[in-house]
Design a protein around this ligand. Structure first.
Ligand code: CUA
Length: 407
C-alpha cells in the first residue's frame, strides 16, 4: 500500500485477479486429484458391486454448500473493493483532459499546456477527463490496469497513480476506423522536479485572449476546437464566410474584425444562420482593451504573417490540435495519409474526377487538400480525411507555413 492509504488502480485490479486466480488454481488441482483417485479406487474390476446403500449425508451437503458460497462471496468482495477504488478518484489528483479523435490523442493540462503524450509526475494521482470529438474510442493503459471508453457527447473519468518513473504504453482499445492502430502513445511518468520544469516551460504559450474568452463565459457556448455548441465554434472564425440573418434576411459576410466586434457588442443584430439569438449583448459590459484583444485574437490579426515565425508556430499547434498527426507523420514514416515531411513542392499522383494525374504540392494544392481533401486524393491513400472547410483562411495559411518548414 502506498503512503496515501488508498488502493491504486493497479493494486485494486491485481488483488482481485490474483485472488480469483489462486482459488481457481486450488480448485483445479483439488478436483483433478479427487477425480483421478476415484477413477482408480472405484474401478469396476476392483469393485464390481456397489457395497454401500447410503443415499444421504447431511453434513456433507452443508459443507459443500457453505464452502463454495464463502469462496464466491470472497471473490465478490475483492471485485467490489477494486471497483470502488477504480471509481473513487483521490481528492489530491491532478486533472488532465484527454481528447480522443480519429486517430490521435491530445492531452490538456490545467495551465493550458497541451501535448500528444501524457506527461505526469511520479507519486501524484492523475485524474483523466475523457472526451471524444467523433466516435467511440477507449483509453487503455495496461501498466495501470485502466481501460475506459471515450464517448462522444459524454464525459467519462479514470485515474491512476504513477509510482515509478518510466514510459508506459497508452492505446485506443475500441476499434474506431482505419487509423485505430495508430492511436498509440505513452504515459511519461517523470520525477516530480522534472515534471514541474516541463509543466512550467512555455506554460504561457496560450494567448491571453483565451483566458479572456473563458473569463467572460464565451467558451460556455463557443468552443475553441471546432466542436458544436449553443453558438458557432470560434475555431478559424477570422476571415471565414458566414451566412447571417439581418432583419429576417439572409446575407453572406466575411467574419473580419469589424463583424466580430459587432457580434460581441450587439449579437442579436446579425445572428449566424442556424443559431438562436440567445447571446447577451456585451456593449458596456466589456472594457475596450479586452474587446480589442479578443477581436484581434479571433480575427487572427495579431498572429499570422505569411510564413512568419508566429504563423509557423500557430500552424504547428493547429496541426497537433486538429489531430492531423494521427494520420500524417512528420518524419517520413508511412501512416494512414501521406507524410508531411517534404510535402511542400512534392510531386504526387492524384485522382481527380476518376483520372490520374501528377501534381506538385504548391500552396493552392495544399490549401485545397485541407479544405476539401476528397477532391484530389493521392493514389494509395484511403478517402477517410474529414473536410476542414470550417477553418479560416489564416489558419490554413498558418498550417501551410508550418508544412513548408518540414523539409
Ligand atoms: Cu480510437 Cu480505436
Amino acid at each position: 500500500m502506498n503512503p496515501q492509504q488508498y488502493l491504486t488502480t493497479t493494486e485494486a485490479v491485481d488483488s482481485a485477479f490474483l485472488f480469483i486466480f489462486a482459488i481457481s488454481g486450488v480448485m483445479l488441482l483439488g478436483i483433478t486429484v479427487a477425480m483421478v483417485y476415484f477413477v482408480v479406487r472405484y474401478n469396476r474390476k476392483r469393485c464390481p458391486q456397489p457395497l454401500s446403500q447410503k443415499d444421504k449425508n447431511l453434513w456433507l451437503e452443508i459443507v459443500w454448500t457453505i464452502i463454495p458460497t464463502a469462496l464466491v462471496l470472497a471473490m465478490f468482495w475483492y471485485g467490489w473493493e477494486g471497483y470502488l477504488s477504480l471509481q473513487n478518484i483521490p481528492d489530491d489528483a491532478m486533472e488532465v483532459k484527454a481528447t480522443a479523435r480519429m486517430w490521435s490523442w491530445n492531452f490538456e493540462y490545467e495551465n493550458g499546456k497541451s501535448s500528444d503524450k501524457l506527461y505526469v509526475p511520479v507519486g501524484r494521482p492523475v485524474k483523466v477527463r475523457l472526451e471524444s470529438v467523433d466516435v467511440l474510442h477507449s483509453f487503455y493503459v495496461p501498466a495501470f490496469r485502466i481501460k475506459r471508453d471515450c464517448v462522444p457527447g459524454m464525459t467519462t473519468w479514470t485515474w491512476f497513480l504513477p509510482e515509478e518513473a518510466g514510459s508506459y504504453d497508452l492505446f485506443c482499445a475500441e476499434y474506431c476506423g482505419v487509423g485505430h492502430a495508430d492511436m498509440i502513445t505513452t504515459v511519461e511518468a517523470l520525477p516530480a522536479a522534472e515534471f514541474d520544469a516541463w509543466y512550467a516551460e512555455k506554460a504561457a504559450a496560450r494567448p491571453d485572449a483565451v483566458a479572456l474568452l473563458e473569463g467572460y463565459g464565451c467558451t460556455g457556448c463557443h468552443s475553441l476546437d471546432g466542436t458544436a455548441g449553443a453558438g458557432p465554434s470560434l475555431l478559424g472564425i477570422g476571415g471565414s464566410k458566414r451566412t447571417v440573418v439581418i432583419d429576417g434576411k439572409e446575407k453572406e459576410i466575411i467574419a473580419d474584425s469589424d463583424y466580430i466586434r459587432r457580434a460581441i457588442l450587439e449579437p442579436a443584430a446579425e445572428v449566424v444562420k442556424g443559431f438562436a439569438a440567445i447571446m447577451p449583448p456585451y456593449a458596456g459590459a466589456i472594457p475596450e482593451e479586452d474587446l480589442v484583444a479578443i477581436v484581434a485574437f479571433l480575427a487572427g490579426e495579431d498572429d499570422i504573417a505569411d510564413g512568419g515565425k508566429e504563423g509557423v508556430e500557430i500552424g504547428s499547434r493547429l496541426v497537433r490540435e486538429l489531430g492531423c498527426l494521427g494520420c500524417h507523420s512528420t518524419d517520413g514514416t508511412v501512416s494512414v495519409g501521406p507524410t508531411f515531411k517534404g510535402i511542400y513542392g512534392r510531386k504526387s499522383i492524384i485522382v481527380r474526377d476518376g483520372k490520374e494525374l501528377t501534381v506538385e504540392a504548391d500552396e493552392e494544392y495544399l490549401s485545397r487538400s485541407i479544405v476539401d481533401p476528397a477532391a484530389d486524393l493521392v493514389v494509395g491513400a484511403p478517402p477517410v480525411m474529414p473536410t476542414y472547410s470550417h477553418l479560416g483562411a489564416e489558419d490554413v495559411e498558418a498550417i501551410i507555413a508550418y508544412l513548408k518548414t518540414l523539409k
